[in-house]
Design a protein around this ligand. Structure first.
Ligand code: WTA
Length: 666
């Protein structure tokens, strides 16, 4: 294990968990997933995926070759086939006579609603594609989408896909600076945004961040952006750049409702999604079309047991994250599902809002993150008890290891002790779910993602890349290519190879620690690198450290993820102040002021999600003789534990100094 490996106490508890919940015979009898799928995939993994690709995706030109791994680690799946993602998500359902089926029940935070059928969606996406084309967007271009959770967000993504332009969605919580670097790395031609969205009961502006991101900046190249398309949601005032800015409703309403999709090769880029890595610069994860659609459709259908004609599905993620891409946009729409999209926060205007929505729409499949479940646990079970949740039949979890207590609460309070829970492990890079129980097949264990899906070769290896025996622990790796795997980091093939393929040659290293229990089931233990997981969002310690040291107050900074009851991990920063500022921190008032300045600074540089929960001013940081910061020791301090083995420190008195300094202030 590396120096930064952390196994928090609640994860230790995971390893003593012995409860299991076998599927009910009734559920098993009607389940999409069947035990035989594992055998089929084991017999011929590649042919198994070819079969899924033929069954679940509609091809313009059928593929004849399945996997080409000769250019490893860049895979090519179904490469000689052609298709279109938006056609698969929308048009083919209308052609099959399902135009009247509801695709989206939209629920705005203020309570406004909108019902969108597949026929409506086809018209909207076609018009938007025509509008984008009129603004000069062509196949192969990149479009940045910076929107709240609206129907238009889905339409915008599909309009790009329809044209063969790659979308790059940037989460609305990211700052202007973060947006600017993503726009520039992707070389985007167009940005789609909104005046704002509703958040916690009030309009929250978005367009100013786009204006700032695109403003000329000393020393920086002009951006490639030609136009900004603006959705009107909150009607708040916006600054307007004539010639550049265009209202979405003007452009889209004027456009024709017919649009012929661009038929693209299976390996044509579908999207780029930026995610945090171990260095400061975010990675543009590249996904292509055919393999991605195949695996998102397959997993959505089988892991959630989707029955498109009767289920109402709801994934609470934001489209700014990969979960929103794969399990709000592509997976569900490819399968012709009816789903709920909710704009706002779970506690606006009251803490029962989510359960009220489940009751209102009769949601039957619900997919959320452990951090949300823990927040609901904290608010109390009497809140969900006020609502009728009997429509629920499958519950899912994603984003971080789910602690068994939260899993049990989820099943008992939300699932009436009856629903299967699928704990789904995957990543932005994997594109789709990789490890998960199958409902109706797997006897679920609280806290474990358990089994690689059929056709997926996930295993746990030790430091020397040897598979660990049952009962052993080590690193999670993926030993064989899979259809929805990333095809690289945008513009940086070498970084792709170094990041994922160099630790264990020939296999994909996910960056997660894992254990196998005595039954061979996989338990995920969190990141083993310098990536934190805060409320299911990936944040890089290095990126936040860079943000902190870019402030004039800070000489040096070290950031750790400390265990947190609700968010899983919380960002805790240790900073050494420059010269004169150290004195300022000696009064309560001064240190509060410094803390606020630095938190605001991080919010501006990266986004509010990256704001440190605590900032501790210290005189020294613990370093090894080679100058590497020992975050493990700082994490001990942040989690109020006895500090572990500090013998490799260059200066062994440092930890004593840090603790003496802090005991005075906290
Ligand atoms: C973590 C989110 C344990 C893991 C889809 C992974 C999980 C990172 C689980 C990817 C799970 C996600 N159990 N850990 N069920 N799901 N993770 O790219 O550390 O935002 O590497 O993708 O989240 O985060 P990302």
């Amino acid at each position: 294990m590396t120096d930064s490996q952390s196994t928090s106490p609640s994860l230790e508890n995971l390893l003593h968990e012995t409860r299991a919940f076998p599927p009910s015979p009734e559920f098993a009898a009607q389940a999409n997933a069947q035990p035989s799928m594992y055998d089929e995939a084991a017999a011929d993994r590649v042919e198994f995926w070819a079969r899924q690709a033929r069954e679940l995706v509609t091809w313009k030109t059928p593929f004849t070759e399945t996997l080409d791994w000769s250019g490893a680690p860049v895979a090519r799946w179904f490469a000689d086939g052609t298709l279109n993602a938006a056609y698969n998500a929308v048009d083919r359902h209308v052609e099959a006579g399902l135009g009247d089926r509801v695709a989206i029940h939209f629920e705005g935070e203020p309570g406004d609603t909108r019902t969108v059928t597949y026929a409506d969606l086809q018209r909207e996406v076609s018009r938007a594609a025509n509008a984008l084309a009129a603004l000069g967007v062509e196949s192969g271009d990149r479009v940045v989408i910076y929107l709240p959770m609206l129907v238009e967000s889905v339409v915008a993504m599909l309009a790009c896909a329809r044209l063969g332009a790659a979308h790059s969605v940037v989460f609305g919580g990211f700052s202007a600076d973060a947006l600017r670097s993503r726009i520039s790395d992707a070389g985007a031609k167009l940005v789609i945004t909104a005046d704002g969205g509703y958040r916690r009961g009030a309009p929250s502006a978005l367009k100013p961040a786009v204006d700032e991101a695109l403003a000329p900046k000393d020393g920086a190249e002009a951006t490639t952006v030609e136009h900004v398309l603006v959705v009107r949601r909150t009607r708040q005032d916006v600054a307007w750049t004539e010639g550049r800015d265009v209202w979405w409703h003007d452009a889209v309403e004027a456009a024709d409702t017919f649009h012929e999709p661009a038929w693209v090769d299976a390996e044509h880029p579908l999207f780029i999604l930026y995610t945090s890595g171990t260095t400061g610069k975010p990675k543009g994860i590249l996904h292509t079309t055919g393999g991605y659609l195949t695996q998102t459709a397959f997993t959505h259908k089988n892991v959630f047991d989707l029955k498109a004609e009767s289920d109402v599905y709801w994934c609470t993620a934001d489209i700014g994250w990969v979960t929103g891409h794969s399990y709000i946009v592509y997976g569900p729409l490819l399968n012709g599902a009816t789903q709920v999209i909710y704009e706002g926060t779970p506690d606006t205007p009251h803490r029962g809002r989510w359960w009220e929505i489940v009751q209102k729409y009769g949601v039957s499949i619900f997919y959320t993150a452990p951090t949300a479940i823990r927040a609901c646990m904290k608010w109390g079970e009497e809140i969900p008890a006020e609502f009728d949740l009997s429509s629920l039949r499958v519950l899912g979890s994603v984003g971080e290891p789910i602690n068994p207590e939260a899993w049990m609460w989820y099943r008992r309070v939300i699932g009436s002790d009856r629903t299967p829970i699928v704990d789904t492990w995957w990543q932005t890079e994997t594109g789709a779910i990789m490890i998960s129980p199958l409902p109706g097949v797997t006897a679920a264990k609280p806290g474990s993602a358990q089994v690689p899906l059929p056709g997926i070769a996930a295993t746990v290896v030790d430091d020397e890349a040897n598979p660990v025996p049952d009962g052993g622990g080590g690193y999670l790796v993926l030993a064989e290519p899979w259809p929805s795997m990333l095809r690289g980091i945008w513009g940086d093939l070498q970084r792709f190879k170094d990041t994922y393929w160099s630790r264990f040659p020939g296999v994909y290293f996910a960056g997660d620690g894992a254990k196998k229990d005595d039954d061979g089931d996989i338990w995920l233990l969190g990141r083993v690198d310098d990536v934190m997981n805060v409320s299911g969002h990936r944040l890089s310690t290095t990126e936040i450290e860079s943000a902190l040291v870019s402030n004039e107050l800070v000489a040096e900074a070290a950031v750790v993820g400390a265990a947190d009851d609700v968010s899983g991990q919380a960002v805790v920063a240790f900073v050494i102040l420059r010269g004169g500022h150290a004195d300022e921190a000696s009064t309560d008032e001064g240190s509060a002021r410094i803390e606020k300045t630095l938190r605001d600074h991080v919010a501006k540089e990266i986004g509010p999600i990256a704001k440190p929960k605590r900032i501790l001013v210290v005189a020294e940081l613990p370093k090894t003789r080679s100058g590497k910061i020992m975050r493990r020791l700082l994490r001990d301090v942040a989690e109020n534990r006895e500090v572990g083995d500090a013998t490799t420190l260059a200066d062994s008195s440092v930890m004593g100094l840090i603790q003496a300094g802090l005991s005075g202030s906290s």
